[in-house]
Design a protein around this ligand. Structure first.
Ligand SMILES: Cc1cc2nc3c(=O)[nH]c(=O)nc-3n(C[C@H](O)[C@H](O)[C@H](O)COP(=O)(O)O)c2cc1C
Length: 321
């Protein structure tokens, strides 16, 4: 699949997830053949651009591949400036977030709240695509609520405004993350526009990825929560899409090694104070995969020292191999 001048490695992408898809996690996913990954969303509000949090959110590493940065906001000019600034700092692709359901974001009329205002959507998309030379992509939901599923309308606006690929999460904003993602609306979007369409929502296995691609006709799939604690999922899906063969999961030893390396990298990336906190949720997800229902998971979160955290985890993983 191509987006602008970029030929993606394959059709299995990592979803942007605030607090999760940071540089260390994206590097791991790249090692396990993710087709492309996006940064965590970066606010278009210039007051926060120079904070440590913003700097870390868009930190890139050559191993990740295409440096795709997601921006969120509602003011067309502010969004255009944010896009241009990120390109100046090295972004090679800009994604616009119109899918986030968080109240904090929606109150500022950003994220999925924008889908209620197609006129404003068009202004934002036109300003941003005019402000940068790199490809601009858009991520949406199917609509604000079930009575207002306007993803086809927004998709057409996107195509006419110079957007080069569109991701659709198969839920409305009011669905939040409840119920099951539906793919009929994604199918309709695909039939109505000719830019690449990326299907997203509840894809957690190779078979499901195949099913969603076939059902929707989408050009690619995007995986979010399914990759937590198992970045190797991308390699399995890629192999299945290519050959129809389900390859084996990595060995327990490899999984343990990946988990340890990930935690080590989080400590290095976020520093002493923050690293061990960010690491906790990842460890919990790895354990769900490696050793579900272990009592260790419950005691682990009380540790508030990075060295101790790594030491105790290493001991535990050694003990189960
Ligand atoms: C913790 C978390 C953070 C997220 N942050 C973002 C974000 O920053 N930008 C965005 O467009 N979507 C965000 N999303 C939505 C995901 O990109 C994705 O659309 C959603 O999780 C559905 O895909 P999945 O079922 O594969 O997880 C987030 C989702 C989760 C669970």
């Amino acid at each position: 699949m191509r987006i602008g001048q970029f030929q993606l490695k394959n059709r299995v992408l990592l979803a942007p997830m605030a607090g999760i898809t940071d540089q260390p996690f994206r590097r791991l996913c790249a090692r396990y053949h993710v087709g492309m990954s996006y940064s965590e969303m970066m606010s278009a509000n210039r007051d926060v651009w120079h904070t440590e949090k913003s700097r870390l959110r868009v930190a890139h590493h050559a191993e990740i591949g295409i440096n795709a940065v997601q921006i969120a906001g509602s003011d067309p000019l502010e969004m255009a400036q944010a896009a241009a600034l990120n390109v100046e700092y090295g972004a090679k692709l800009i994604d616009i977030n119109m899918g986030c359901p968080a109240k904090k974001v929606n109150r500022k009329m950003a994220g999925s709240a924008l889908m209620q205002h197609p006129g404003l959507v068009e202004k934002i998309l036109r300003e941003v695509t005019a402000a940068v030379e790199v490809p601009v992509t858009l991520k949406i939901r199917t609509g604000w609520d079930k009575a207002h599923r306007n993803c086809v309308e927004i998709a057409k606006i996107a195509e006419q405004s110079g957007i080069q690929a569109l991701t659709v999460h198969g839920r409305t904003r009011s669905c939040l993350y409840q119920g099951e993602a539906e793919y009929d609306n994604i199918c309709q979007v695909k039939q109505q526009i000719s830019i690449p369409v990326i299907a997203n929502g509840d894809i957690t296995s190779a078979e499901k990825a195949r099913y969603v691609l076939d059902y929707t006709g989408a050009d690619a799939v995007m995986i979010g929560r399914g990759a937590l604690g198992q970045p190797w999922l991308f390699r399995q899906i890629e192999a299945f899409l290519q050959s129809g063969t389900l390859i084996a999961e990595p060995s327990l030893a490899e999984k343990c090694q990946v988990a340890l390396e990930h935690i080590h990298n989080l400590h290095a990336f976020y520093g002493e104070q923050k690293g061990y906190r960010v690491a906790r949720k990842h460890i919990s997800w790895y354990l769900d995969n490696i050793k579900p229902d272990s009592a260790f998971k419950r005691t682990f979160n009380t540790i508030a020292d990075p060295k101790q955290q790594l030491y105790v985890l290493e001991e535990f993983l050694d003990s189960i191999q």
